[in-house]
Write a protein that binds this ligand. Structure first.
Ligand code: B12
Ligand code: SF4
Length: 497
């Protein structure tokens, strides 16, 4: 039995401050996590009616629903870029529907769990996959606590999701409709890997907020059941596996072996991969799975920065990299190109230990990589060089490092008061950090000989190199567009030095 008959889940729109983030995609996909929660409730509490709303697409419906007293529980998904909107949503629910139980989930909710609960802004915060926790909360089995909760759940229990109420968002993915544009379509998210192999083996990266302390893989036949359901029911033929690295042992091989004949050549994929497990065999398997695109994490080429990031690769040759010979990295990217898989080159600058020297190294790497992959041949497969500054999101080691520094806290508080003047300038107590301010201040505390401007200049130089190289090419976008940088260097934050 459930405590309530009606549950509402909301995926809030982006905050104004982060409205212009370049999501890297043409269209925003339906909120997969919330749709999975709906399925979990349907399986376990069939008497409960569950509504899922995505504010990016249906703001009016959200506005009405969060004031509707029929909902006995409201679940809100919170990421750093919609945290204010998530707070506003909860406040409105409290005002119009004070008896509703408010539950927040997703990585940014978990990162602020204690403060959210202490300030009574929510009743529960859920960490990691929320399927099990949501069921138990609604059964009345979980007391109110002062920290985030997690309840294990077998992810093989849900392979089919229903998208009722999401026609508008499903429409562009439907490959059976007229005018379906297979080249510009964004892949559709599907989750079979929860947790990260790299985090399990070597610990999380310094900027990581992964909430999973275990790695869980969906059974291959369940994965294909999910793919088949979406392909046959909704015409989806291009998928995006949301796990942070699909190259977990022989899992890709298992997926390939289990693929139903009827899906061969009909569906394709985009995967995240770490670099260490990229070799000709793994690339052959990904190709066999009909992988169109891979997003391999590189982030930086400097050994000290990578070490401090917690991202030291074991298959790259750092003696050579130290001498500005990036062949061992290029070889990895070549393997994608040889397998006919599009790839990205992501570079993250401004983290702990970044120096003038490491910026130069990264710039030189970018130059050489663009020379090699910016032209015809292998270069046809480089989709984009992605370069930006690390964001110290709450829940990451980087965030804790900054917040643990008293001088940083004083600086943050001073500028926060100057910019916002709203009394929320104590970073230890806030549930809404200002990341642009944090990024402006970060270099003072993380690198000895470096200014914010020097990091920004390198980012701009790499973007310019990339744009010059790609100017003539139709298919590939040269680089990300720097929306964060426009704000960071704009009238509000530009004066902080
Ligand atoms: C798909 C994806 C996208 C897609 C679509 C996102 C969408 N639909 O909103 C695209 C490509 C557009 C995207 C873009 C960006 N993304 Co993104 N994205 C992801 C990714 C890879 C998968 C999300 C997903 O579907 N996971 C699978 C589902 C099943 O899990 P889930 O969403 O986490 O939901 C489960 C739990 O979190 C929990 N839960 C979630 N909500 C709730 C609510 C309640 C009430 C409860 C109880 C539980 C609960 O239960 C769910 C079911 O188990 C995640 C990383 C990851 N591996 O999860 C990053 C991630 C969400 N993205 C992130 C970022 C930073 C971005 C970008 C800013 C990247 C950029 N360009 O710089 C942009 C911004 C987009 C924008 N709106 O402006 C960060 C957010 C970090 C943070 N601390 O907030 C993440 C976590 C990646 C990371 N580790 O850095 N992204
Ligand atoms: S940032 Fe990505 S690769 Fe690094 S630990 Fe987190 S999930 Fe894994």
């Amino acid at each position: 039995m459930s405590l309530t008959k009606s549950v509402l889940f909301v995926s809030p729109k982006n905050d104004d401050l982060y409205r212009s983030i370049d999501s890297g995609y043409e269209i925003e996909s339906p909120p997969l996590g919330l749709l999975l929660l709906r399925e979990a409730l349907r399986q376990n509490l069939p008497e409960v009616e569950v509504t899922v709303l995505d504010e990016r697409y249906t703001p009016d419906l959200v506005d009405k629903a969060i004031r509707d007293p029929k909902y006995g529980a409201v679940g809100i998904s919170r990421l750093y870029y919609n945290s204010q909107q998530a707070l506003r949503t909860a406040r409105i629910v409290r005002e119009y529907n004070p008896n509703a139980t408010i539950v927040k989930g997703n990585v940014d909710a978990a990162a602020h769990a204690e403060n959210l609960l202490r300030k009574n802004l929510v009743d529960y915060v859920v960490r990691g996959g929320g399927e099990g926790a949501m069921v138990e909360i609604l059964r009345g089995n979980i007391p109110r606590l002062d920290s985030a909760i997690y309840v294990p759940f077998d992810l093989n229990r849900i392979s089919r999701i229903s998208f009722e109420g999401f026609d508008q968002q499903m429409f562009p993915y439907d490959s059976t409709r007229k005018n379906y544009n297979s080249t510009s379509i964004s892949p559709f998210p599907i989750a079979c890997v929860r947790g990260c192999i790299k985090a399990m083996q070597k610990g999380p990266c310094s900027f990581c907020t992964t909430p999973y302390s275990k790695l869980t893989l969906m059974k291959p036949q369940k994965f294909w059941e999910g793919v088949s359901h979406l392909f046959e029911g909704y015409g989806v033929n291009y998928f995006f596996e949301t796990g942070d690295d699909v190259l977990v042992g022989n899992y890709p091989k298992q997926l390939l072996r289990a693929r139903p004949r009827g899906l061969e050549g009909k569906v394709s994929f985009r995967f995240y991969t770490g670099l260490d497990f990229v070799d000709s065999e793994s690339m052959g398997i990904l190709k066999g799975l009909n992988t169109k695109t891979a997003f391999p994490g590189l982030e930086n080429v400097n050994q000290t920065v990578l070490f401090l990031m917690g991202k030291l690769y074991s298959t790259l040759n750092f003696d050579e990299i130290g001498k500005l010979n990036f062949e061992s990295i290029h070889k990895k990217f070549s393997l994608f190109a040889k397998a006919g898989i599009d790839f990205y080159i992501p570079i993250l600058l401004g983290g702990q230990g970044e120096s003038k020297f490491s910026l130069e190294q990264n710039k030189e790497f970018a130059r050489q990589a663009l020379d090699r992959f910016g032209g015809p041949g292998e270069g046809e497969f480089l989709r984009k060089m992605y370069v930006g500054m690390v964001i110290p999101t709450a829940g990451s080691r980087l965030y804790n490092l900054l917040v643990g520094n008293e001088k940083f806290r004083r600086d943050y508080s001073f500028y926060h008061e100057k910019i916002h003047g709203n009394g929320d300038s104590d970073i230890l107590k806030t549930v809404n950090p200002d990341y642009f301010l944090m990024m402006r201040l970060m270099p003072r505390y993380l690198s000895e000989d470096l200014t914010f401007e020097q990091i920004q200049n390198t980012i701009n130089q790499i973007r310019e190199m990339s744009s010059r190289k790609f100017r003539q090419r139709e298919r590939n976008v040269p680089t990300n567009f720097g929306e964060n940088e426009k704000v960071l260097n704009g009238p509000i934050y530009g004066g902080i030095n």
